[in-house]
Design a protein around this ligand. Structure first.
Ligand SMILES: Cc1ncc(COP(=O)(O)O)c(C=O)c1O
Length: 434
């Protein structure tokens, strides 16, 4: 397995230029697959791909690919096979659960349920809420966290972080019965970090629980359910450098043990009676909600990504990301005609995501020029956060097909180089000079 030693003399030119050698010796950041991908641009030339779309799906880490490759020769059924390969695969699947639990700092008795992705995880929890639960959610949420709930109180985008806590406090105080606060840890539109510890505290003061959508947090920052006192956390493997179709829901067992099985079928039952007789469903949340043959390789990949990030260490990862995103944002700010979108202002802490609009061009036009002429991949649109993007742009819009109220999003992570972010800035300067 090849690794990229970013703080040795083997560092990439962009990293050497930035003087990253002052970081601890020997800390290595794993390489991503496809770092040398070349893509065609206008005129037929091939250029190195500048992937600035990590917030949608991050590339695969080499150790993730290696873990999947290593598991494949013994790949077999899980849980119900007596054969050696089946036992080995079962052990790897269950080990993946432990690894993900440790990565997220979950409590020893928390459930760790493998899902398809974050959307699947939030929908699973939605089906398990006690009857009559009211869900408090901000309009800033990704649709995965905004839409699955039956009964919601929606809160307007708060003007500052303290206002988020105050608004949640007031909303939760007015609700009787079971309640759940749902909040994203890092916005997929602006990258801004939300005050999840303070929100968890407020939720608990009102006897509510909190679900944190950590889809955009975990690729960039550590999370710890126990230390933050979070009840539930959801995230996706494909944003965490593990594009093998798995996600996870972690959290308190009781609602999950009582909730209707998410998928009904083999594995979720202890016994099935004859016609007219009952079905004895598992009470353990994991088998109860993971019926059918699970995505074993997805779980192994997700766990391998967790291991790789933990082994790398957050200090090295965060330092490099912050250097690149600060450079990108300050260069974007220097271009007349480019406006960054932000809820809480330019100085609020954020992960490696920046959304912006360009004077005189629709987001789609910008994204197409960046791809077709410069080999840069960004995302354009409303990022499955329609109410939030409307709010940030101060517009009304007609939904997915309406390109007049959209933005461009650049997002970075492991494998992003200084050349990539500089190429984006130069391309935007060129575009605006036309
Ligand atoms: C904050 C956030 N939550 C949830 C999701 C949904 O993730 P998935 O598509 O993996 O279900 C996304 C995806 O972009 C996201 O950014």
């Amino acid at each position: 397995m090849s690794t990229l030693t970013i703080f040795s003399t083997a560092a990439q030119p962009a990293q050497r230029e930035a003087g990253a050698t002052s970081a601890p010796q020997g800390r290595t950041i794993p390489a991503v697959l496809g770092a040398d991908l070349e893509v065609p641009v206008k005129g037929g030339k091939l250029v190195g791909y500048a992937n600035l779309d990590y917030a949608a799906s991050a590339p695969c880490l080499e150790p993730v690919s290696a873990a999947v490759t290593a598991a494949l020769p013994a790949y077999s059924s899980v849980h119900r096979g007596a054969g050696y390969a089946s036992q080995l695969t079962t052990a790897r699947y269950e080990q993946a659960r432990h690894t993900v639990r440790a990565f997220a700092g979950a409590r020893p008795d928390d459930a760790v349920i493998f899902t398809r992705n974050t959307t699947d995880a939030t929908n699973l929890l939605a089906r398990c809420l006690p009857e009559g639960t009211t869900v408090v959610v901000f309009d800033t949420e990704h649709h995965a966290s905004l839409l699955p709930w039956k009964q919601t109180v929606r809160l307007a985008p708060p003007a500052f972080p303290g206002e988020a806590v105050r608004a949640a406090d007031a909303a939760l105080a007015g609700i009787d019965g079971p309640k759940l606060l749902v909040v994203t840890a890092a916005s997929n539109v602006t990258g801004e970090l939300w005050p999840i510890a303070a929100l968890a505290h407020i939720a608990h003061r009102h006897g509510a629980r909190i679900l944190v959508d950590a889809a955009q947090l975990v690729p960039h920052r550590p999370i710890n359910l126990t230390a933050l006192d979070l009840d539930y956390v959801a995230f996706s493997g494909h944003k965490l450098y593990a594009p093998f179709g798995a996600g996870v829901l972690l959290g308190r067992r009781d609602w999950l043990a009582d909730g209707e099985p998410y998928l009904k079928g083999g594995g979720a039952v202890r016994a099935v009676g004859d016609a007219g007789e009952g079905t004895d469903w598992h009470n353990d949340p994991e088998p109860r909600h993971e019926a059918g043959t699970p995505n074993v390789l997805g779980a192994i990949a997700l766990a391998a990504a967790c291991d790789a990030l933990t082994a790398t260490g957050w200090t090295a990862l965060v330092r490099e990301e912050e250097r690149l995103i600060a450079r990108l944002r300050s260069n974007l700010a220097s271009i007349a005609g480019v406006r960054e979108l932000s809820l809480w202002g330019p100085d609020h802490p954020r992960v490696g995501i920046v959304s912006f609009i360009v004077d005189g061009y629709s987001a789609r036009e910008v994204a197409e020029v960046l791809s077709g002429e410069y080999g840069i991949g960004v995302r354009d649109g409303k990022f499955c956060a329609h109410p939030f993007v409307r709010h940030l742009l101060g517009t009304a819009d007609g939904g997915c097909e309406d390109d007049t109220a959209s933005a461009v999003r650049a997002s970075i992570g492991i494998g992003t180089t200084q050349e990539h972010v500089d190429r984006l800035v130069e391309a935007l300067r060129d575009l605006l000079a036309r």
